[in-house]
Write a protein that binds this ligand. Structure first.
Ligand code: N2P
Length: 352
C-alpha cells in the first residue's frame, strides 16, 4: 500500500514538473499571413529581441483564411486580411479593438492611407494597414512573344495565341477574377448590378477557354519554369520572381486593376495580447517596414519607411503607379450579401 502511495506521489510530482516546465517555456505568438509576404529575418529578429517564439502559418486567399479562422478561432493571435475581410471578421465579432496607446510607431502610418482604410474599418479601430498592391498579369517572355502582350489590356487572356495551349492561370479568388472581367467591361470592381454581372460573365466565358486553373500560389513557380505562360498575379509576388529571372515580365493592364490593402488584426480570443501589440509595433518601425517592403516588393502604408526607401523602389511604377493609373483602379470593397452574385458566376465558371 505504502509503495502504491509513493508511486502515485512520484507520478503527481512528475506531472507538476512537466506542467510548470510548459508554462515556463517561451511565450508563443501565432501569426497567420499571406504566403511570401514578410522578410523571414524580421521574424527571427523579433523572436530574439522578445525571447519568444513565433508560430507562423500562411494562406493563399482571403477565403481560405476565413474558413480556417472560423473553424479554429483560438488558433491565431494576429491575422493579415485584406480590407473587405477586415469588415467580414469584424461583423463576426472576432476582432479586438486596438489600443493605439500601445503602438508607439502608429504615427508612422500615412494619414491618407489610414483614411482609405477607414472605408472598411471606420475610425481605424480594428486594423493596422500592412501593405497594399495591385493585381495584373505576369508572363514568361520565353513563351509569350512581346506582340501578344503589347496590347497591354486584360483581353490578352483571350488572345488566340493561347488557344488549345492550356497555359494560363487566374487567381483562386472570386473578387479578383470577376473583378478583372468587370474592369475590362468598363464597370467598377464593386458593381453587382445585373448589367455588370452579365457583362463580366460573358467575358469570363471567353477567357475561361484558355484558363487551366484558378490558383493563387502556384504561378510563382510555374511561370518561371514554363508550366504556365501567363498568370493573373499580385504585383509584389511577380516582382519578387522577376528579380531572380530576366525572362519574366509583368503588366498592369491599361484598363485598370484591382487594388487592395492588407492589414494586421488581432483576434479577440488571443491569449498573448501584449506580445501581439509588440509585434505590430515592431512591424510599424520605419526601418523594419522599409526592409519588409524591399523584401516583399509591395507598397508600404508606412510614410516614415517610404522616406527611407531608395528612389528605385519609390519610383517603380509597378509598385507605386502614378496617380493617373490609380484613378482607374478600384479598391475591393466589402459588399455584404451582394457578394453572392459574384460568387455564383465564379463558381459556375470554375465548374465548366
Ligand atoms: C502576397 C499576396 C498579396 C496579397 N503573397 C493579396 N491581397
Amino acid at each position: 500500500m505504502k509503495q502504491r502511495i509513493l508511486i502515485i506521489a512520484m507520478l503527481l510530482l512528475a506531472l507538476a514538473l512537466l506542467l510548470s516546465g510548459c508554462t515556463k517555456g517561451k511565450e508563443t505568438l501565432y501569426i497567420f499571413n499571406w504566403s511570401d509576404y514578410i522578410d523571414p529575418s524580421i521574424i527571427i529578429e523579433f523572436e530574439e529581441a522578445n525571447n519568444c517564439r513565433i508560430k507562423y502559418s500562411t494562406f493563399d486567399s482571403n477565403e481560405n483564411m476565413l474558413t480556417k479562422v472560423k473553424s479554429t478561432t483560438e488558433s491565431f493571435d494576429l491575422i493579415f486580411p485584406s480590407g473587405d475581410h477586415v469588415s467580414i471578421l469584424k461583423e463576426l465579432d472576432l476582432l479586438e479593438e486596438l489600443d493605439k496607446t500601445k503602438l508607439e510607431n502608429y504615427k508612422n502610418l500615412d494619414p491618407v492611407l489610414l483614411s482609405k482604410a477607414a472605408s472598411f474599418d471606420p475610425e481605424n479601430k480594428f486594423s493596422i494597414p500592412y501593405a497594399w498592391g495591385l493585381t495584373g498579369l505576369m508572363y514568361n517572355k520565353e513563351y509569350v512573344p512581346e506582340e501578344i502582350v503589347a496590347s497591354g489590356g486584360w483581353n490578352i487572356l483571350a488572345d488566340s495565341f493561347f488557344d488549345g495551349k492550356n497555359k494560363i492561370t487566374m487567381l483562386d479568388d472570386a473578387r479578383e477574377v470577376i473583378g478583372a472581367a468587370l474592369i475590362y467591361s468598363g464597370y467598377s470592381i464593386n458593381d453587382t448590378s445585373e448589367a455588370a454581372m452579365a457583362a463580366a460573365h460573358e467575358v469570363l466565358k471567353v477567357w475561361d477557354r484558355n484558363i487551366t486553373q484558378f490558383d493563387s500560389d502556384s504561378y510563382k513557380n510555374e511561370v518561371p519554369d514554363g508550366t504556365t505562360w501567363l498568370a493573373q498575379a499580385y504585383n509584389g509576388d511577380a516582382l519578387q520572381q522577376m528579380a531572380e529571372n530576366e525572362n519574366l515580365g509583368f503588366i498592369l493592364p491599361k484598363e485598370g486593376a484591382a487594388m487592395w490593402m492588407d492589414n494586421i488584426v488581432m483576434l479577440k480570443s488571443s491569449k498573448t495580447k501584449d506580445l501581439a501589440y509588440k509585434f505590430i509595433d515592431f512591424m510599424l518601425d520605419a526601418e523594419i517596414a522599409k526592409r519588409n517592403a524591399e523584401y516583399t516588393q509591395y507598397a508600404t502604408p508606412n510614410a516614415a519607411a517610404l522616406e527611407l526607401l531608395d528612389e528605385a523602389f519609390v519610383d517603380n511604377a509597378q509598385i507605386n503607379p502614378p496617380a493617373e493609373y490609380l484613378q482607374k483602379c478600384y479598391m475591393i470593397e466589402y459588399l455584404g450579401d451582394q457578394v453572392r452574385s459574384i460568387d455564383q458566376i465564379y463558381e459556375s465558371i470554375k465548374l465548366n
